[in-house]
Design a protein around this ligand. Structure first.
Ligand code: UDP
Ligand code: MG
Length: 327
């Protein structure tokens, strides 16, 4: 591979006005240091602060920047997808806007790609600035998904990674709505490599996740990659039904041999409540899948674009590809 490649860096941003200038500074430093061609694609995910204005100002000043403005907030996973769809690079890097992913790691990611890996992901050694509860729940989640999922999702890996061109093309084929990106990245396969780093605390601003969002994220992760929960309920049902049947035989035997002095109200209540609970769990799990199927069958586009401004390099590439294009 020669030295002439275009590197795209995709940055999903939701209410990140305080961070973006600093991110741009550090990214540019690193990317310029590498000496090759690069573009930075910022995706404004329906921010309610002046993120878009900040992005526009940065873009005015630096032709390496392109941006995508989504029509509203679609969530990080979809914002990232919009960025990946727009990126023109021979390799594309996804990085958080809040500087929790150090841009200084990019040369190492690129090095991995030059060695022939299609997906080079950054694996964090520590999570500064996060509560023990978040760390513990994250660890638990990765353990569960590893057990039940049909693809291996590396633990302690965020979305900070480099993707080769063919990995991007593969990802673009996966248009499901409930996008558990870590799972999708793993699903496409291809040679993958990890690069270790220390995860910093947020540079400024607030995390956009709360526990309810994280819980739904975990549910998406599990239900998109495993039907084990659906199967588990049928086994629980089978087991409870079997035990209830044996218990019924036992009661029948006891009544015939010894009579029934007490009216059996407690056992009745227990069995009823227990089975009721099991049934509700089963229905709930089916509901989780059904709801996701409902969303998929609507077949809506993943996101709507308000505005796309291509970077200088992307414009050049397009003009070469189709000389009649007017932009
Ligand atoms: N983000 C986004 N849309 C959202 C929420 C977050 O594009 O609805 C972006 C956010 O701007 C940041 C990245 O996703 O660049 C990670 O968000 P955050 O730092 O809040 O998540 P955490 O680091 O706590 O996992
Ligand atoms: Mg963050």
């Amino acid at each position: 591979m020669n030295n002439d490649f275009l590197l795209s860096v995709v940055v999903p941003a939701y209410n990140e006005q305080e961070v973006l200038p600093e991110l741009h500074k550090r990214l540019s430093q690193v990317l310029q240091g590498m000496g090759g061609r690069y573009e930075i694609i910022m995706v404004n995910d329906g921010s309610t602060d002046s993120t878009l204005a900040v992005i526009k100002a940065l873009q005015q000043a630096d032709p390496h920047i392109g941006y995508v403005n989504l029509s509203r907030n679609f969530g990080k996973e979809i914002a990232m997808t919009a960025g990946l769809d727009t990126a023109n690079g021979d390799a594309v890097i996804v990085i958080d806007a809040d500087l929790q992913d150090p841009p200084e790691l990019i040369p190492e990611l690129v090095q991995g790609w030059r060695e022939g890996f299609d997906v080079v992901f950054a694996r964090r050694l520590s999570r500064d600035g996060e509560s023990w509860f978040k760390k513990a729940t994250a660890a638990g989640f990765y353990r569960v998904i590893k057990k039940v999922g049909r693809v291996t999702i590396p633990s302690d890996v965020g979305d900070f990674r480099l993707l080769s061109h063919r990995a991007i093309l593969a990802l673009r084929e996966l248009r499901e709505r409930h996008r558990f990106m870590k799972g999708l990245f793993a699903w496409i396969g291809f040679p993958q490599k990890a690069v270790d780093y220390k995860r910093d605390a947020r540079f400024a601003g607030e995390t956009k996740w709360n526990y309810w969002k994280l819980w739904n994220f975990a549910l998406d992760g599990i239900t998109s990659f495993s039907i084990a929960p659906l199967k588990v309920t049928s086994y629980i049902g089978l087991a409870t039904a079997g035990i209830s049947f044996l218990y019924a035989l036992f009661i029948l035997y006891k009544t015939i041999m010894h009579g029934d002095p007490v009216a059996g109200y407690p056992s009745l209540m227990v069995v009823m409540l227990f089975l009721g609970g099991v049934q509700l769990i089963g229905i709930g799990i089916i509901g989780e899948y059904l709801g996701r199927m409902f969303d998929e069958t609507k077949g809506r586009p993943l996101y709507l674009l308000d505005e796309v401004v291509l970077s200088h390099h992307a414009l050049l590439a397009q003009q070469v590809a189709s000389p009649t294009l007017h932009v």
